[in-house]
Ligand binder design. Structure first.
Ligand code: HEM
Length: 186
């Protein structure tokens, strides 16, 4: 088996096992709302982990010459994040159907766009799409990554560990970009 294939299998194995482990062996909750709330948090956190690994892959190489494995497997990390976030989407539907709570239009639009980006990025994470979309592939993926980073940062704004991790990842991307611009300059 090639190293790339075994890396891909490892990513999906860890991702799916984490999802199943947390959701199947979930604690028992007194209300349906609490149960779905738990599902929402678990899926968002698992997505966050895989999303961040893909998000910081390139900066790690540019800044520290570390993380080549992440760069080679970025595609699978992204697909795993999209998969986990599709389960988050399922919990969103269950949660609001069960609680009858009203959803704000801004949440539907901005949150909904986050899901759309995840799905489009996952569907175009293959060589054929890279060739077909040309320079638009990079633009699409860069926009989708930054957009979802923004949604995570905003959601975790008042969660100390969450915002700290999001800002650290954003800082790495920025520092890598500045370094690349400087080295490109004659
Ligand atoms: C229409 C779209 C969405 C809706 C209605 C929605 C709804 C929810 C709800 C009800 C919770 C649980 C809040 C709680 O119990 O504290 C939650 C948690 C969360 N969602 Fe979503 N979500 C949406 C899209 C997204 C997207 C696109 C992202 C990320 C890109 C995201 C990231 C998160 C995060 C980070 C949490 C908090 C997890 C934690 O507490 O650690 N959500 N969401």
């Amino acid at each position: 088996m090639s190293a790339r294939r075994s890396g891909r299998e490892l990513i999906f194995l860890v991702g799916i096992a984490s999802l199943l482990g947390c959701l199947v062996f979930a604690p028992t909750f007194e209300t349906v709302k609490e149960g779905y709330g738990y599902g929402l948090r678990v899926t968002a956190r698992i997505t966050f982990v895989f999303f961040l690994l893909a998000y910081i892959a390139r900066p790690m190489v540019v800044l520290f010459r570390k993380g080549q494995w992440l760069v080679r497997h970025r595609r699978y990390l992204g697909v795993m994040a999209a998969l986990s976030h599709t389960v988050h989407f399922g919990y969103v539907l269950l949660y609001f159907a069960a609680t009858g709570e009203a959803l704000e239009v801004t949440t539907i639009i901005f949150g909904g766009l986050g899901f759309v980006f995840f799905w489009i990025m996952a569907l175009t994470s293959n060589d054929a799409s890279v060739r077909a979309l040309g320079m638009w592939w990079k633009r699409l993926h860069r926009t989708g990554m930054h957009y979802n980073w923004l949604i995570f940062a905003q959601t975790y704004l008042f969660t100390p560990w969450g915002i700290a991790v999001a800002l650290a990842a954003g800082g790495l991307r920025l520092a890598a970009r500045i370094k690349q611009r400087r080295t490109r300059r004659p």
